[in-house]
Design a protein around this ligand. Structure first.
Ligand code: HAX
Length: 428
């Protein structure tokens, strides 16, 4: 067994010391005030959560521990999971031991495959992923131990067991969903000698899959792993787990949030957008035609997928990492070329469109990821959010393990009625 558990315990001790210090210094200190606008505006800008896995700086993007996206983007997802849970990178012997551990846990139960195979053919792959994980809920080690009666201080340990059991099965489950939904339904067996991302790339069984495709899947699974605590999917997963619903419920719930077009589904919307441009203008697309298409989209009341962000105020460094990959591996691909042309044009338009109402005119990670997958023959864009989900589950797991380890209570903010707010305004 790797030293993951021991290092999580060390991290929890460190985080608990910090919390003790924070409480001693000023438990009643006001961090953020809430305006009426925020109450009706998706709580944007309200600082009301602590999350110690990752942090999104509006100007430098995603940080995990002390590391920037550039620092960690060349690592394996297994190392990223360790980093999310412990705040540091593992020693060099971790990968081998962790792989051995995961290899003992890979097998997806037959009843899950049976369930997935009986779903209607047009079921969205995200529904299949969410249901696939939920179907295994009866395997939850946390639930079984909780029913026996465990200490609160042990909740995280059994949640870690659930996390490892789910993470180990994800390549097989996600690839199986692809093959049932889009292929001949025959599953490719897990290869114990491949790493986590390599296995997923291999089990998809694409004709084009080779070293470069595995590298893309590795990068994809690293870049989507976590985005602090307030985004729809992570927050949903945490809220559900805070009721001590086990990790299977919490992951499935988080995935349901990720499935929305303003969140994880944006990458498939992006590629559709790019393919429509390609269809209409083809190879000879000019900058003026891109501008025309973007304005047409905006004027019809639609958003430009892949642009904007609730927190970021610069080009997403994850977008930059993918663009670097694209320049190296797919520079001649038409979708990638259109992605570049959009990048040259869209921010300038969004900066001033309708008085500059778009808070962040720059691209997010979804603006490019689909083009790269498409280049390798992964042309079923309904599937893209599944890959996002597989990666983001690392973050859901780490966030919930740490929150339980720190004894965080059930989440329950207060809501009020319009009348309550009107009365409050009258008091001014
Ligand atoms: N195109 C056109 N209009 C946009 C826009 C875009 N890309 N981004 C924001 N706007 C509009 C909003 O719709 C909003 O208009 P209204 O006031 O008329 O409602 C206005 O600009 C202000 O919104 P904002 O404060 O800039 O953005 P939000 O924090 O409300 O929303 C979103 C952030 C990411 C949802 C938003 O920018 C958007 O819809 N982008 C396109 C979809 C997308 O790329 N989603 C993926 C985001 C990354 C992610 O979470 N992936 O999982």
């Amino acid at each position: 067994m790797s030293n993951l558990k021991e290092e999580i315990r060390n991290n929890l001790n460190k985080l608990q010391d910090e919390i003790n210090f924070i409480f001693a210094q000023g438990r009643d200190t006001v961090l953020s005030e809430v305006t009426v606008g925020q109450v009706y505006g998706g709580m944007r800008g309200l600082t009301a959560l602590a999350c110690n896995t990752s942090y999104v700086d509006p100007y430098s993007g995603l940080h995990i521990g002390e590391y920037t996206t550039e620092d960690f983007s060349s690592r394996l997802p297994e190392e990223i999971f360790f980093l999310l849970c412990t705040g540091k990178f593992p020693e060099s012997d971790f990968i081998g031991k962790f792989r051995e551990d995961l290899n003992q846990r890979t097998s997806v139960p037959e009843y899950t495959w049976n369930l997935l195979r009986t779903l209607p053919k047009d079921t969205h792959p995200m529904t299949m992923l969410s249901l696939g994980i939920l179907s295994m809920e009866k395997e939850s080690v946390f639930k079984k131990e909780y029913q026996k009666g465990i200490q609160k201080s042990q909740y995280w340990e059994y949640t870690l067991e659930d996390a490892l059991n789910v993470i180990a099965k994800l390549p097989e489950l996600a690839a199986g969903i692809y093959r049932i939904r889009f292929g001949d339904g025959n599953l490719i067996p897990h290869n114990p000698d491949l790493d986590w991302a390599g296995n997923l790339a291999n089990m998809l069984g694409l004709p084009n899959s080779g070293k470069d495709f595995s590298e893309l899947i590795r990068l994809y699974l690293v870049l989507h792993c976590d985005h602090e605590g307030g985004n729809v999917s992570a927050f949903t997963s945490r809220v559900v787990n805070s009721a001590l619903s086990d990790l299977y419920y919490a992951i499935s719930a988080g995935l349901n949030g990720l499935a929305g077009p303003l969140h994880g589904l944006a990458n498939q919307e992006c590629l559709k957008f790019i393919l429509k441009i390609d269809d209409r203008y083809g190879d000879s697309l000019t900058e003026e035609e891109v501008r025309k298409y973007v304005f047409e989209t905006l004027d019809s009341g639609k958003v430009i997928p892949g642009y904007g962000h609730a927190v970021l105020r610069v080009t997403d460094p994850r977008f930059t990492a993918f663009m670097k990959f694209g320049d190296t591996y797919c520079a001649e691909n038409n979708c990638f070329k259109i992605t570049k042309k959009l990048f040259a044009v869209v921010p300038g338009i969004l900066k001033t469109y309708k008085g500059g109402k778009v808070a962040n005119p720059w691209p997010n990670v979804d603006a490019v990821s689909g083009s790269l997958l498409y280049n390798f023959g992964l042309d079923q864009f309904d599937y893209y959010t599944v890959l996002f989900g597989v990666s983001r589950i690392l973050g859901f797991c780490a966030q919930n393990i740490l929150a339980l380890g720190l004894g965080q209570p059930i989440i329950r903010p207060k809501s009020v009625t319009n009348k309550w707010i009107i009365d409050k305004l009258r008091e001014r």
